[in-house]
Design a protein around this ligand. Sequence first.
Ligand code: PMP
Length: 449
Amino acid sequence: MKRSHLIKPILDHNYPTVSHGSGIYLYDMDGNQYIDGSSGAVTASIGHGVLEVVDAMTEQASKVSFAYRSHFTSEAAETLAQKLSELAPGDLNWTFFVNSGSEATETAMKIAIQHWQEKGYERKNRIVSRWTSYHGITMGALSMSGHVLRRKRFVPLLEDFPGISAPYCYRCPYNSEPSSCRLQCANELETAIQRIGSENIAAFIAEPIIGASAGAVTPPDGYYQRIKEICERYDILFIADEVMTGIGRTGKMFAMEHWGVTPDIIALGKGMSAGYTPMAATLVSDRVMEPILKGSKSIMAGHTYSANPLSAAVSLEVLNYIERKNLVQEAEEKGQYLLQQLHGLAERFDIIGDVRGKGLLLGLEFVSNRISKKSFRLQNGITTRIVNKAFEKGLLIYPASGAIEGIEGDAVIISPPLVISNEEIDRLVKMLEASIEELQHELHAEGLI
Ligand code: PMP
């Protein structure tokens, strides 16, 4: 076989070569069809092959693709920033464009620190975050991430920002039930602040619904209200990492709207351009920008491709498309339908311990014993096995396991494009059912359940 020069996720794995995509489907060069049941990495939210986006891309590229942001602004970037400020809650009226989710959270961290510096608080430069979280792969973003597997190799170079438990109700760190819980996991933020000293903390960051490290883990009602109260009481900014949840994915434009809480800064990525181009953003409130506008008048962050007109035009068309097709509402409705089907699967298969999520960001957690909620050992590689089984059947799902053995379980995310129909959901669920059935059968034979 011809050697490859491309560094792929797993170097000795034989990946099919993608050929083209249409709607919820992707095709490889051998003509095999795949249902994109996870929108890639929760990204392709308007589906593949949307010609309106291709047209917007062509139109902008034929005028100008790149003009450096230190030389020019562009109509595309200005219009997109205006659109985001209209869509965003509260006074989140400013946008800084970047190219990936990691850059968006890293920039959020830097803007939070700069905000306090401009007000004369030089020491307010630490971030508090949660275990069982993922905010990105660059060093600042990884410092904030409580994803043990991804941190492991770099721990000596990272800040130890993750300090508090995640609102992981299925495996509640306080053994509470959501109906009677006193939000102790939220109160941990207050304890952490008192320990570190609010004079040393710039911000708290959280994913509204936890994605990559746990599979659509959704907090109990009241959690974010409590978090926001604590942040306000101690003068700490609240950053919502909506890279995975933002732009309609959970049935609201921004997931924080489910709880009526407005963050000070929002990080966006993935669904912002639905995979048509690298594009991400950090939205910032008027209040956070105020001392910077009065002070140095410049954000100390940025990348060569930040706010390039081509990506901005593509993202703008993606947002317009989402509005025209009413896809936020669709995510809510189709999500209800898919959730119902997933609960149906949980009735059939004992290895499904939990079904969770909102809109079309749904997760399944697998257990070896449903009553005790005992998870599988890491070495059993259950997440990988279920993802591979689905793949063989032509269904793409997203592995979501942060690998803190005994604390986090095996989980997958089901997050198809928001344009999926009920009939397509039925097909997706049938393939998922066949994959889980096969796995459960094998695990029996192996004596693991
Ligand atoms: N934050 C969250 C919540 C994410 O889910 C991800 C990606 N999985 C990131 C940040 C990092 O985004 P990117 O991979 O685009 O750098």
